[in-house]
Design a protein around this ligand. Structure first.
Ligand SMILES: [Zn+2]
Length: 190
């Protein structure tokens, strides 16, 4: 795994000190003492459920890039600097599917390791906020960006193998639970 070696302020050598979190060192410049603060990279993922032939069906996208190239995933991606998660969610679905979203509702979150050897040690962890949302209209989805295909999968059937299972798996369980609560007698809708 790659590691940051030089100070982004002065070009001095970075050193690892201060065990802020056990096992994780903080990067400090040996020349100007700049503290290169690291944290998990924020991302968003969308769970879009639509009734198709009377079956609740989940929208998944097939990845065109590594990691997990060729596998199915929730639409979404990294947030930009300062971007609100709901704005990022809308942007990602517009970029990846040409779709406009409505009613974003926070579902769950996950923190997981990004499974790529060439990622820097300091960018290793991803914090993903998973939302449920709707897609406006019935128009065709237009896969683009790092997505090569989009499809609806009935939730009552086994889903295909999912990318980022450590993050998406628990979120999927939260989705199934929330759908069950909505379907239960006396449950509030929405
Ligand atoms: Zn420095």
């Amino acid at each position: 795994m790659k590691q940051y070696r030089f100070c982004p302020v002065c070009g001095g050598r970075l050193d690892r000190e201060h065990q802020a979190v056990p096992g994780l060192a903080m990067l400090v410049c040996t020349a100007c003492r700049f503290e290169f603060w690291q944290n998990s990279k924020p991302a968003v993922g969308a769970f879009v459920v639509r009734s198709i032939d009377g079956q609740p069906s989940l929208l998944l996208t097939r990845r065109g890039i590594d990691p997990y190239k060729g596998m199915w995933d929730t639409p979404g991606g990294y947030l930009e600097n300062g971007e609100h998660p709901e704005a990022g969610l809308a942007r990602e679905l517009r970029e990846e599917l040409g779709a406009a979203i409505a009613r974003p509702r926070l579902l769950s979150l996950a923190i997981a390791e990004y499974p790529r050897e060439d990622v820097a040690e300091e960018a290793r962890f991803v914090l993903t906020l998973y939302y449920r949302c709707d897609i406006v209209g019935e128009g065709p989805l237009v896969p683009a960006d790092d997505v090569v295909e989009a499809a609806w999968f009935p939730l009552h059937d086994p889903l295909p193998q999912i990318a980022f299972p450590g993050a998406v798996g628990p979120a999927l369980a939260a989705l199934v639970m929330s759908l069950g609560e909505e379907a239960a007698p006396g449950a509030r809708s929405g």
